[in-house]
Design a protein around this ligand. Structure first.
Ligand SMILES: C[S@@+](CC[C@H](N)C(=O)[O-])C[C@H]1O[C@@H](n2cnc3c(N)ncnc32)[C@H](O)[C@@H]1O
Length: 254
């Protein structure tokens, strides 16, 4: 995505949390930027560099943040916009593309790069084995940007099709009931024995991984920092003496 202006905009995925899970490419992109834009807690994860200007904004202001960053790049700045995890998964890369589509012609002439990162579901899956070892999908449970009936339709279709389902944005103070409703819907389609993984703050010091069955899964275990992975009927547990079980989805299906 190369343009004719001197400024640049790079959207950078920081990984799920710890600095050890940030890619060298992301680190280099952050280091070479003059200005960083992002949600405050994500910006705080970017290594400090002297002379670099940071613009923190609220989590709900993605489009405004993207537009501001694009305007600065058009003015000649080397700008990085940061996201947790991967920048293209429920994150800022799509907001930047949307701002380019809606914005002035100058935005389309910019050099725009997207640097990938380790997304939450991969960090959580890696902690327990290989639950994403066969076909899977990711669904955001937030109904801020789509109607709840559409979430229900997608959940049901994914479960009926045999996908493992990774749920992002499962619960928040403003959306307290959606995860319980999702479990109830999935219990109508899937066996109660299907494994459910609650992966909280994967890769951070306060990480917590909890295993349950779909029948017993308690929405209260999740918070905003949790990615919930719901197995398919093929997903299984391998019990081990003195160690947590391995959870995996076999590579083949019938
Ligand atoms: C707006 S989405 C951003 C996702 C991010 N772009 C990614 O690729 O992971 C925020 C959601 O990602 C999930 N999430 C982000 N970081 C996480 C982590 N370290 N552990 C578990 N889930 C995480 C949670 O479901 C959270 O509600």
């Amino acid at each position: 995505m190369s343009g004719t202006l001197t400024g640049t905009l790079t959207v950078v995925g920081l990984g799920p949390g710890g600095p050890h899970q940030m890619t060298p490419e992301a680190r280099a992109a952050l280091d070479s930027a003059d200005e960083l834009y992002g949600y405050g807690p994500y910006l705080a994860r970017a290594p400090e560099r002297e002379g670099q200007v940071r613009h923190a904004s609220d989590n709900r202001e993605e489009l405004d943040r993207a537009t501001l960053a694009l305007e600065r790049a058009v003015a000649g700045a080397k700008v990085a916009v940061v996201s947790g995890g991967d920048a293209g998964v429920f994150a800022m890369a799509a907001a930047v593309c949307e701002a380019v589509e809606r914005g002035p012609e100058a935005f389309r002439a910019l050099d725009i790069q997207v640097v990938p990162g380790v997304t939450a579901m991969l960090a959580v899956a890696a902690r327990v084995g290989a639950p994403l070892g066969h076909d899977f999908c990711a669904i955001s449970l937030s109904d801020n940007l789509k109607p709840w009936p559409l979430v229900e339709k997608r959940l049901k279709a994914a479960a009926e099709a045999g996908f493992v389902i990774a749920l992002y944005n499962p619960i928040s103070k403003a959306r307290p009931w959606q995860l319980g409703a999702a479990f109830a819907l999935l219990r109508d389609v899937l066996p109660g024995t299907v494994p459910v993984i609650f992966g909280r703050a994967a890769g951070r010091p306060d990480e917590r991984i909890t295993l349950a069955t779909l029948a017993a899964a308690d929405p209260a275990v999740a918070d905003m920092a949790t990615c919930v992975i719901i197995g398919s009927p093929e997903t299984r547990l391998v019990e081990r003496p003195g160690l947590p079980p391995l959870v995996y989805s076999p590579r083949s299906a019938r």
